[in-house]
Design a protein around this ligand. Sequence first.
Ligand code: UD1
Ligand code: CA
Length: 482
Amino acid sequence: MTENNLAIIVLAAGQGTRMKSALPKVLHPIAGRPLVGHVLTTASRLGADHIEVVVRHERDRVVEVLSKQYPEAVIVDQDEIPGTGRAVQVAVDALPSDFGGDVLVLSGDVPLLEADTLSALVDAHRSAAASATVLSALLDDPTGYGRVIRDDSGTVARIVEQKDATADEAAVTEINSGVYVFRAASLRTHLTKIDQNNAQGELYLTDVIGLLREAQETVAAEVATDTAATFGVNDRVQLAEAGRVLNDRIVRHWQRAGVTVVDPATTWIDDDAKLAPDVTLFPNTYIAGATVVESGAVIGPDTSLLDCEVGEGAVIRRSDATLAVIGAGATVGPFAYIRPGTTLGAGGKIGTFVETKNSQIGDGSKVPHLSYIGDATIGERVNLGAGAITANYDDIVKHRTEIGDEVHTGSHNVFVAPVRIGDGAKTGAGAVVRKDVPAGALALSVAPQRNIEGWVEKNRAGTGAAEAASRAGKAANSEAAE
Ligand code: UD1
Ligand code: CA
């Protein structure tokens, strides 16, 4: 193997105690992707020969996510010996024994580093012919990080953990980002020499740096220019901070690509979302998952879209949609709840206080007000009156409602599925449609109205209603007398 070979080790075995969570730390998401997923996405761009992820805590849960989303990563199990040093030992042991290139160590909880920064780090390491190169950063508040201790000549001497630092060392503001490049041969040799004599009783990877220096090998540190990118997530405060930094980056990316973001501070866009030029996002909008929004669409305010496709020029206001397809020029909301499996055709409408699920609504068709449409197939240019309800569930199974083209239904209809309404048919107000309606028919299911004259005055004497009725009766009589 050539000296230019690169292996990447991603550390993801730690407990993440400070998260105080049942979910392993590296699986906590920002921008719709677990922390370790961001690290692996970046790692996969570096053209490495090997990518390994070290796991232990909640191993099966972490592996389940990794094997689905990052199948190219090789899983390495850490044993019961704790510490980043141990994690790298087992990962190095899992590399081919003749691997003679460089090893890039990344932390599963340092999610914001970009591929450019890392390839520059590897390049600097190689051109300096260093045995190890640490990515460091200068922070106003270095609390919690390992400190990079330099000797009088300014060369990196060692790294000391916060918990092991003297007051002088703790005052150093250059921190270890937890990202390093090592020459494989040097790493192998010195990893065998670290011990657990420290405040945390762990094998520290950071101790390898001091050992290399003692052995007169070249150790370098590259100070990151973008300090935010070296940000490590240990607790939920840092999780939110990292999420904010990443979101700012994503929002700016789409703004530069031609998207109008009215209020970047309240607009959240996941990493996998795609937005066309001339999309407009109003405040409090969350574009989540693999949502794709075509040009000219207007989303928000107060809207969440998860894994949706939104066509050109569609308008979605104050609504929540998941796994839905909204056609070009369609309008949604305000206050629509669009559940998985909804497709709305071009120019269609899902209006105010409407819930839909697993339903196909054809081109130009409208469900404008106060409706529940579940398990329905609706043709083109249909108008459902206010208060349309598909009764899709008989307590045992779900049934479909099928509505043809050009159907107009009266207000407050119930469609008791399974039921079909033929093309061009109409229904009366208040109809409970239990039987199929043939094409072109008018379906009425409400009994003729019967008025019982004088009922209120007789049965509710002395009430305001009876008095009003009596006044109305007198007025009608005197009009008749004139
Ligand atoms: C580590 C560094 C510290 C650095 C900081 C940067 C050490 C000893 N310290 O501290 O110098 O400033 O990262 O963010 O390396 N992990 C394992 N196996 C373990 C323990 C941890 O794989 O036995 C993984 C964790 O899942 C995590 C990463 O290693 O992804 C770092 O572990 P963590 O415990 O967060 O180390 P820090 O205290 O942050
Ligand atoms: Ca950490």
